[in-house]
Structures are given as structure tokens and as C-alpha cells.
Design a protein around this ligand. Structure first.
Ligand SMILES: [Fe+2]
Ligand SMILES: [Fe+2]
Length: 480
């Protein structure tokens, strides 16, 4: 069962061949997906051979196979983690009852919405990143970008499979709509705010992969607890792929920080811009931006929707089964942060309605661990500086702080102070021009742009100077 069937047009481990109707529906969706990929996927590289991993099994060990692939020929497929025999719902009212293999009628609309919202982020990020290949800092980074892109495409497949298999006609319509919306489009935008922002440069890409893909990890982890077993199994397998995306972000920012520190030491200055590096203050502003827009993805601190999802057994907490409370939370409270007059206070709220905030807390702690590792790079260079996560109220558009101006150190500030100081806190137009000026492609094997250090090692044991993407073959590169 773990082996993936590659003789099918759509590789899968869900015995698609036994369900002709479903298979036909997905085979009809497939060419439209490919049209979307050609139109909105990586621009200029569709005919190039890329050294990519493809899922060939869902075993924890050895699930991936590496080979040269042209992206439109990537074997996108449907892979669910193995079922857990005897699995029961771990939380909410249905706690302790067998998980559902079909959608419970009363939760149909809610589950569809959860799946569509998750599914919509996957193609959105591909759209956001589609121009980045043209300014890659190295072939190694170019390959990593494309790996992330094809896997986000597969995540779309994962959600579309659920829609087709379990939601009938509504599901098929939603699957179509997922190919129709476009990131940043005024008329048909993607559903969530952060997925309509631009990813115009590689510093933004690394920050996005660290902060926004990590939101994905926490949302998937919460859905992996779902009582709807096909959703749980889908998300569990997606999480194995997601780990690489966060690696790309964390290592990418870490390598930028490392290069900055090397330049600071060499030239004995904080101002490394004249030497082609990105100063720590600019890195901090990009961090502030991407962290704050990613925090919004978790929703309002107090949310009856979140409470309802939980009580219905649809969406759990991060590592729900490892928690030792009653998994019902009717009596429990949870601390949330909110403004109180001139200050910001922590108050106890009903744990059920505070579940978004709780997931956000798990996320923030995980982000902090990554920031600590970046700071260790700075310290290793003997530099007395550190990167910091801004206060959770900073630059928020959703929740308790949406109507307020909050500084990165967590003070409620006046509009006048915000206007005067936000260029210290968020990327300015001048920052964007400067970062843009660094974005000239470096494509000789083993070479790296001057603003980023090489990685410690290559992918899958290959040397760093490996030809990760074969640019010489496959036409002029502008067929995409
Ligand atoms: Fe994804
Ligand atoms: Fe991702």
C-alpha cells in the first residue's frame, strides 16, 4: 500500500484505479492544472532539466527519489500517509469515537471551507514566486525554489483530491476556482492576505519560506488532527514535504546573515551595502514584515469559528494527542494578549475561543528557535547585535491590534510616531530598490551572489558545485 502506483496517469496510493468516476474527474482536471502551471508556474524554466525529488512512497524512510525532471513533467500525484488502524477522534464532542472516512453531513460546508482555504495558499505561493528564477543567486538556490514550487503544486493536488473525492459537485467547482484565482489580482485574489503580497526578491522569498511556509506547517499540523481521516492523512504527508520549504527559508536567511557578518568583520562596519551585502537593519525590517503578515494568517485571538472547528472534531491543536488535558476544553482558559487603554495586557480567555491564539503561540515559539539560530551565526562572528521577532501586535491587520499602531518593542504608539518611525521598522521603498539592485542572476555552477554565503552542503549528498539546473539544454528559456 505504501508504494505509489506510477503506471497511472496520476500517481497515487489511494487506489484511484478502483474508482473510475473519480479518476476520470481528476484526469479532466489534470490538463487544466497543467495549463495553470504553464501560465503561472516558474517563468522561463519550463523546458529545463531540474534535479528534483519526487515522492515515490509515503514511508518515513526513503520516500523521495531524486532525478532530472522538466517541471511540467513532474509526477504530481496523490499521496496520503498510511492509515492508523483503530484511530479515534482525539478531541471535541466526538472525542473517542472512530474517525470518519466520509464527510459528516452536518460539517460538509465547514470542512469544504477549511480545505479550500488551505488549498488556495498552495498555487498562490507558486504565483508569487514565478519571476524569481530570473534573478537566482545560484543554481543551488534555483533548484530549491523549483523544488518548493513543484511541491506546492502537489499540495494543491492533495486538496483537490479531497474536494473531488468527498464533496461532489461543490467540490469539483471549488477545484476549478482554485485554478481561477490569482495572487494579487484585484478582481479574483487569493483568499488570504499574505498570499496576495508580492515576493519580488530572494530575501523576501527566504523570509516567506521561513515565516509563511511555517504558518502552513502549523495549519497542516492542526488539520492532521482532524476527525475526517482522509484530511488527516493528506496533511500528515504534506508535512514531510513542508519541512524542506522551511529549511530553504531558514538556511537562506542564515546564509544571508552569515555573508553580512563576514562583510562586517572584513570592512569593520555595520554598513555593508557599499560592499554588496545586506545590512542587519534591513534584514530586521524584512523579518518584521514577513512575521507580522504571517501572524495574521492565524486569525483573530478570539474566534467562535475556531471553537466550533474544535468542538466538532474538525481541526485540533498543534500536537493535540501529546497534550494531557481533557481535549474538550469547555472549562479551560488560555492567556491572550490584548490592548487595554494605553497598554497591552495578557488576560485569560475561554480556551475554546482562544485556539487561534494558542496555535499562534506555538508558531511564535518555533519562529523564535529559528531566530536564535540566526543570532548564533552573528555571535560566532563576534558581533554584538541580534535579530528579534517584533511584538505580536506590530503591523497587524487582523485581530485585537488591527486598529492600533504598535511598535516592534510592543508599545502602543500614536499615528504621528508611527508615521515618523515606520521606515525604521518596515522595508522602505529605498530598501526595496537596494535589494532589487542585488538581484542579478548567478548561474555558473558553484558560484554564489555576493550577498549570500554558500550552503554548508548540497542536496542529497551532491557537491555544492553540482549542475542543479541544466540551463544549456531546452531552448532559450523563455518558453514559460
Ligand atoms: Fe504547501
Ligand atoms: Fe510550503
Amino acid at each position: 500500500m505504501a508504494r505509489v502506483d506510477y503506471t497511472e496517469r496520476i500517481p497515487n496510493n489511494v487506489s484511484l484505479a478502483d474508482d473510475r468516476r473519480l479518476m476520470r474527474a481528476l484526469e479532466e482536471w489534470q490538463p487544466r492544472y497543467l495549463d495553470w502551471w504553464r501560465e503561472m508556474g516558474p517563468h522561463g524554466f519550463q523546458a529545463k532539466d531540474v534535479y528534483l525529488r519526487t515522492a515515490i512512497s509515503v514511508d518515513a524512510q526513503g520516500w523521495a527519489h531524486f532525478d532530472w525532471v522538466r517541471m511540467p513533467e513532474y509526477r504530481w500525484g496523490i499521496f496520503l500517509a498510511e492509515p492508523e488502524p483503530g484511530r479515534t477522534v482525539a478531541f471535541g464532542e466526538p472525542k473517542g469515537t472512530p474517525v470518519w472516512q466520509e464527510v459528516p453531513g452536518e460539517h460538509r460546508g465547514t470542512l469544504r471551507r477549511l480545505i479550500v482555504t488551505q488549498g488556495d495558499t498552495e498555487p498562490a505561493s507558486v504565483e508569487q514566486q514565478r519571476q524569481l528564477g530570473r534573478t537566482c543567486p545560484s543554481l543551488y538556490d534555483l533548484r530549491n525554489l523549483f523544488q518548493v514550487n513543484v511541491e506546492e503544486g502537489r499540495h494543491l493536488w492533495a486538496m483537490v483530491y479531497l474536494l473531488h473525492a468527498h464533496f461532489g459537485r461543490d467540490g469539483r467547482e471549488e477545484a476549478e476556482a482554485l485554478l481561477q484565482r490569482r495572487s494579487g489580482d484585484a478582481d479574483k485574489p487569493r483568499i488570504l492576505g499574505a498570499f496576495n503580497e508580492r515576493t519580488p526578491d530572494w530575501l523576501s522569498f527566504f523570509m516567506f519560506s521561513f515565516f509563511t511556509d511555517r504558518d502552513g506547517k502549523y495549519q497542516l499540523a492542526a488539520l492532521a488532527e482532524s476527525g475526517f481521516d482522509p484530511l488527516s492523512r493528506t496533511c500528515r504527508f504534506m508535512l514531510t514535504e513542508e519541512a524542506h520549504h522551511m529549511f530553504v527559508g531558514e538556511a537562506g536567511v542564515g546564509r544571508v546573515v552569515q555573508k553580512t557578518c563576514e562583510l562586517m568583520r572584513e570592512h569593520k562596519t555595520d554598513d555593508v551595502r557599499p560592499f554588496g551585502g545586506i545590512d542587519l537593519a534591513t534584514i530586521q525590517r524584512y523579518l518584521n514584515f514577513h512575521f507580522s503578515v504571517s501572524l495574521d494568517l492565524f486569525g483573530s485571538e478570539i474566534s467562535t469559528n475556531a471553537a466550533n472547528f474544535y468542538t466538532a472534531g474538525l481541526k485540533g491543536r498543534f500536537e493535540e494527542t501529546k497534550k494531557t488535558d481533557d481535549h474538550v476544553l469547555r472549562e479551560a482558559t488560555y492567556p491572550i494578549t490584548r490592548p487595554a487603554g494605553e497598554t497591552i495586557k495578557v488576560v485569560e480567555a475561554a480556551a475554546l475561543t482562544a485556539l487561534n491564539e494558542r496555535l499562534r503561540d506555538d508558531y511564535v515559539a518555533d519562529c523564535q528557535r529559528g531566530v536564535d539560530r540566526w543570532n548564533a551565526v552573528i555571535r560566532r562572528h563576534g558581533i554584538d547585535a541580534e535579530l528579534r521577532l517584533p511584538h505580536r501586535g506590530f503591523h497587524r491587520a487582523i485581530g485585537n491590534f488591527a486598529e492600533l499602531r504598535v511598535s516592534p518593542d510592543g508599545r502602543i504608539v500614536s499615528q504621528a510616531e508611527w508615521d515618523a518611525r515606520h521606515p525604521e521598522w518596515l522595508p522602505t521603498a529605498a530598501d526595496q530598490v537596494f535589494i532589487g539592485s542585488l538581484m542579478t542572476p548567478v548561474v555558473e555552477p558553484g558560484r554564489f551572489a555576493g550577498w549570500i554565503a554558500p550552503p554548508a552542503r548540497g542536496i542529497n549528498g551532491q557537491p555544492i558545485e553540482f549542475e542543479w539546473v541544466k540551463l544549456a539544454v531546452g531552448g532559450d528559456g523563455h518558453e514559460g
